[in-house]
Design a protein around this ligand. Sequence first.
Ligand code: CAA
Length: 380
Amino acid sequence: MDADVFDSVLSTVKRFVRDEVIPRESEIEETDDIPAELVKGAAELGLFGYALPEEYGGLGLSIVEDVELAFALGYASPAFRSLFGTNNGIAGQVIVAEGTDEQRARYLPAMASGELLASFALSEPEAGSDAASLLTTAERDGDTYRINGTKRFITNAPRAGLLVVFARTGAPGSGAKGISTFLVEADLPGITVEEHDQKMGQAGSWTADVLFNDVTVPAAARVGEEGQAFRTAMRSLDRGRLHIAAVCVGMADRLLAESVTYAAQREQFGQAIGSFQLIQGMLADSKTEAYAGRTMVRDAAQRFMKGESTTTVAACAKYFCSEMVGRSADRAVQIHGGNGYMRGVPVERMYRDARLFRIYEGTSQIQQIVIARSLLREAR
Ligand code: CAA
């Protein structure tokens, strides 16, 4: 996108976040839902398709622009970003990268406008970190596949019209080599989306179990070659992990802003607590770490754009930034003292919201494994 146009998109989104989303964060928390006006506003801003190609109605942002937008979105309640995160990220990028022209034309325009939400259905009750061990099956039957199994913690599933489903087409135990992807319309007979989960944080962002009981899809619903989908999932997650790292930086900025404001106003021992060096130390640590995270994300995004292999740098960024925002949230609560432990205070909510970043799209331990394995592979 032209730099001036992108600057204008970014400032409009920042304004929307500040003027519309932040004032309604308590409502999102209390209702566990996103107000209809914010959904409409997001659609008007093109946020349901910011990373989808322009030819299909998206804004066509590059990964370098995507992370700048994510810094801005991360500043507000993560449930807002999550609403359109799967369309642009892990689910949408599978269709962009591997879909046929027909599949792209059928789904991407509706996704870009916000009319259609897509979910990425990889995780299962017995296959979380070990994604290659998934048990959902897709049995070929002439021109169709029959899908059976259970998917777990599927973000946006209760709102989704399209499920990007990873299922085993190979023999049981075929591991990463026996998995295929299917574009499954959520209203097909045999699909049950359970009530959304009750989570520790990130209220308003819905995850749920999805059950497939003899769900029949045409063979044309398969994305890419049979048995090649594990790589597809991993590539999509590489990009997704970098985006999440950027969201963490955005939240770290907000935590710091809340902490600085509080430290400047709150008085103890006859002066603002910000004048005490032990408080200053915490502010400085949070600032330094947020800066390191932002720099890392920008560097990884540049490498992505240049076509370098990004698996390791995306894992490094996700690992560092998700751990970093956890430390930042902890300091923010500490700076706020007893007030920071009270419901309704933004840092208390963010402390709970931030906890998920170290778990989803690959835990910190999975990122460590990805990073170390690639170092050892290079050494060999
Ligand atoms: N890009 C391309 N190919 C890749 C790849 C990548 N990033 N990572 C792995 N592959 C390929 C490998 O090269 C290998 O291919 P060959 O056999 O041809 O060499 C194949 O995929 C299998 O790879 P591994 O042997 O490394 O597989 P593994 O079983 O040991 O597992 C893992 C690898 C990194 C642990 C992986 O399972 C993983 O990332 N687990 C975490 C799962 C995860 O992140 N889940 C998130 C779910 S979605 C979510 O949270 C979002 C949400 O809804 C909010």
